[in-house]
Design a protein around this ligand. Structure first.
Ligand code: AGP
Length: 608
């Protein structure tokens, strides 16, 4: 997730680009830059750090000769967050500039060809290929060049591109990643999101996927990837600033819940082959070493620990390696048995959680090999680890983890299958079947999100319910644990996550009239037992809500059934948690609470 801004018109260009980027800073803020087109050259100003750092650099010089420009605020996916990797990127001659949001999945292939034909790259980004590809198409119009590149680039991406010889033209292109045009009088704006231009205009043009847009001061023309001109769809924006930053959603949390199909697609991008294999080229660990491992530890805190719970089931089932999981703050104090044949996986979306960092440092000191799973490029966990697997959820602002959790589940499923592939513990046919299921996940999560209105309706009368249980077995157990944590942290009600079969050993004493019991019953090999456990809760007066797959016969036990698309056990954890995120969200909002900033919590916990 990054932010793009472009401007053509009579205003001082930096007065539009820099505040526009500041309004998009929620999309990423590890580095930023602008390219100002004077008609004879580009002034390229870039820096690691925040928009305020960029603003200081811009203000230090006179840019009144700039006629137009593009800018970018970055949330790193390829390459560390430094000044060289900051956008805009350019070709060797400095004729072309480009900013980009998203991931070009086949960038390595494209780069290889460009290097073979003599191009020199200075950054580690996927974006730079676009600048060199446009330079190679000097005989084409800029629109044709970008259209041609969109037809070759794979993945979700949005681009803004300029040539120095055409200061009155910005070409934008979109597939998967957002891009909108703001329409002015004798001026036009291009941006990843509306807040970037909301103080200048409330007229906008929607850009659909696989479209190329030609933005000039007096005109906006829209084309498909075959070059056919299309009629632009105009809209009037009636949001205020705050609503605009949240993309029209009332809270960041709800926006992030709805971003999950995209976040999961990004996390899978380039990691599944057409032949049904898992491709983790970015996980720089010798397969010989991975074959020598005899034990796995997965360490994390909070929501990330629930991803670790799922990882235990997946890695043990698929690789037959023994897996221990630990709450990070407990790990060091139990004197775990580690050596150089131990693989330790630390999961932390922020990559800065001190409990997790202390635990993995301890494991490393015992000789263990360390894989970090993080959502933040170059985080402390990433730097500490021998190899890193990044989730690509984009920036998460809501304190309650949602899209970073589902992408962690996906990352751990990828890693589990990859280990099975390298160690030869699953046959290729079985791996291919699971790979095909992973490919379906973004669409399945989008389907699961459709239950939001029904869940809001269901929870309407629950504002005063004080006791909830979330129950599941096997892969449904970590999902239940996560459902309970979400409800606790944003709705401030008592919610217990429990292994469904364990209730009869004590906690069932708490079940009575008025207690809501949410059962997760998507894991088919234990489903009958989970349903029996739910009968036991019902018999004691609990209100039963069941999360089940769309085709499953779950009998009459539930007062309410929430359906999710069918998938294999463990893969289904990703869709099964969606109704629980929505449930906690709607209960919390019904109780009038601020879900984005729950009391007593911090997004990143850097104290022990
Ligand atoms: C999740 O909703 C919580 N905010 C919290 O439990 C979080 O998952 C935990 O603090 C770990 O954070 P990390 O993934 O950044 O390490």
């Amino acid at each position: 997730m990054c932010g793009i801004v472009g401007y053509v018109g009579p205003r001082p260009v930096t007065d539009v680009l820099v505040p526009g980027l500041a309004h998009l800073e929620y999309r990423g803020y590890d580095s930023a830059g602008v390219a100002l087109n004077t008609g004879t050259s580009f002034d390229l100003i870039k820096t690691a750090g925040r928009i305020a750092d960029l603003e200081a650099l811009v203000d230090a010089e006179d840019h009144s000769n700039a006629l137009s420009g593009i800018g970018h605020t970055r949330w790193a996916t390829h390459g560390a967050p430094n000044t060289v990797n900051a956008h805009p990127h350019t070709d060797e001659a400095g004729d072309v500039v480009v900013v980009h949001n998203g991931i070009i999945e086949n960038w390595a292939d494209l780069k290889k060809k460009l290097v073979e034909s003599g191009h020199e790259f200075i950054s580690d980004t996927d974006t730079e290929v676009v600048a060199h590809m446009v330079a190679d198409r000097a005989d084409m119009t800029l629109r044709d060049a970008v259209t041609d590149i969109m037809n070759q680039a794979e993945g979700a991406l949005a681009l803004a591109v300029m040539r120095k010889s055409e200061p009155d033209l910005i070409i934008g292109a979109r597939r998967g990643s957002p891009l909108v045009v703001g329409r002015g009088d004798g001026e036009n704006f291009l941006a990843s999101d509306i807040p970037a231009f909301l103080e200048h205009t409330r007229e906008m043009v929607i850009i659909e996927d696989d479209r190329v847009v030609e933005v000039r001061p007096e005109s906006v023309r829209l084309f498909d990837l075959e070059g056919n001109e299309l009629e632009p769809e105009h809209r009037k924006i009636d949001w205020d600033f705050e609503a605009a930053e949240k993309g029209g959603y009332p809270t960041f949390m709800l926006k992030e819940i709805h971003e999950q199909p995209h976040a999961i697609a990004d996390t899978l991008a380039g990691r599944l082959s057409e032949t049904g294999r898992v491709v983790l080229n970015d996980l720089d660990l010798d397969p010989v070493l991975l074959r020598s491992i005899d034990k796995v530890f997965v360490i994390a805190c909070g929501t990330s620990y629930h991803a670790a719970m799922m990882a235990k089931y997946a890695i043990e089932r698929w690789t037959r390696l023994p897996v221990e999981i630990d709450i990070a703050s407990e790990f060091r104090y139990r004197d775990p048995v580690l050596d150089d044949r131990s693989l330790v996986i630390g999961i932390s979306q922020s990559g800065e959680t001190i409990d997790t960092l202390a635990a993995v440092r301890y494991a490393k000191a015992q000789g263990a090999k360390l894989i970090g799973v993080s959502n933040v490029i170059d985080s402390a966990l990433a730097r500490e680890s021998h190899a890193v697997l990044y989730t690509r959820a984009g920036l998460e602002i809501g304190v309650a983890a949602t899209k970073t959790f589902t992408t962690q589940l996906v990352a751990m499923q990828l890693l589990g299958l990859y280990l099975a592939q390298v160690r030869g513990t699953l046959d290729p046919g079985a791996i291919e079947l699971l790979v095909r299921e992973l490919e379906q996940l973004p669409e399945q999560v989008a389907t699961a999100l459709e239950s939001s209105a029904a869940i809001e309706e269901l929870t309407r009368g629950w504002a005063d319910v004080r006791d909830y249980f979330f129950l599941g077995r096997s892969g449904d157990f970590p999902v239940a644990m996560e459902g309970a944590l979400k409800l606790k942290e944003i709705a401030y009600v008592r919610a217990e996550g429990y292994a469904a079969g364990e209730m009869k050993h004590g906690p069932i004493a708490l079940i009575e009239e008025g207690v809501v019991v949410v059962g997760v019953a998507t894991d088919t090999h234990v489903q009958a037992k989970t349903l029996s456990n739910m009968e036991e809760m019902k018999a004691r007066g609990g209100t039963i809500v069941l999360v089940a797959e769309e085709d499953d016969d779950v009998g009459e036990v539930a007062d309410h059934v929430i359906r999710v698309p069918s998938a294999s056990d463990l893969i289904c954890t990703v869709t099964a948690v969606i109704p629980l995120q929505l449930l906690s969200y709607h209960v919390a909002t019904a109780r009038g609470l601020d879900v984005d900033k729950p009391r007593n919590l911090a997004k990143t916990v850097t104290v022990e």
